[in-house]
Design a protein around this ligand. Structure first.
Ligand code: ADP
Length: 180
């Protein structure tokens, strides 16, 4: 079952699944500042996509926290990977919420700048980076809703791909709580 809402002409969809299997124009990687690979989503993307993604990443010279950079997608079904660097969660008093909002905004802006029309996100920062998922889901969905309202119809689809059923349930609750 797919949960979703249409916001300013863009379908915002929530599914349980694997980010590497999405055939959207871009998938977003939960990367780190080196852009040279890691565990979780990052490891899965480089494993499934093959070495060309890392070769391109090496030429990018890293990426600051809160920002995002685009590469090709190697053997993945998606056409591009947007490498997005979320914050490591410490105690919530080190700008984590603003940095998480920034990473979602910059990821969508990067997709728009390249004329892409569909993007799939994982739950950035809520794995190894330990951002509490209820707050992260509200920030993720709130930020994406704001950006697509600013650019009505520029994107067809933003899909959030949650790895587990409990994570999907948290995102469903956050989506239902977004103002109309
Ligand atoms: P971060 O370092 O930003 O916290 P992680 O990759 O450790 O990123 O985890 C982010 C979220 O992505 C976690 O909820 C994790 O369970 C989930 N995840 C891990 N692998 C995948 C995958 N292949 N597809 C979708 N989500 C995944």
């Amino acid at each position: 079952m797919t949960a979703g809402r249409t916001i300013a002409g863009t379908r915002v969809e929530l599914v349980q699944g694997d980010i590497t299997q999405q055939d959207t124009d871009a998938i977003v990687n939960a990367a780190n500042t080196t852009l040279l690979g890691g565990g979780g989503v990052d490891g899965a993307i480089h494993r499934a996509g093959g070495p060309s993604i890392l070769e391109e990443c090496r030429r990018l010279g890293g990426c600051p926290t809160g920002d995002a950079k685009l590469t090709g997608a190697g053997r993945l079904p998606a056409r591009h990977v947007i490498h997005a660097v979320g914050p490591v969660y410490r105690d919530g008093r080190h700008g984590e919420a603003d940095l998480l909002a920034s990473v979602y905004r910059r990821s969508v802006e990067t997709a728009l700048a390249h004329g892409l029309r569909s993007v799939a996100f994982p739950s950035i920062s809520t794995g190894a980076y330990r951002f509490p998922i209820a707050e992260a889901a509200a920030i993720a969905l709130g930020t994406v809703a704001r950006v697509v309202r600013d650019r009505p119809g520029a994107l067809d689809l933003v899909r959030f791909v949650l790895f587990s059923a409990p994570d999907l349930a948290v995102y469903e609750k956050a989506l239902a709580a977004l103002p109309a």
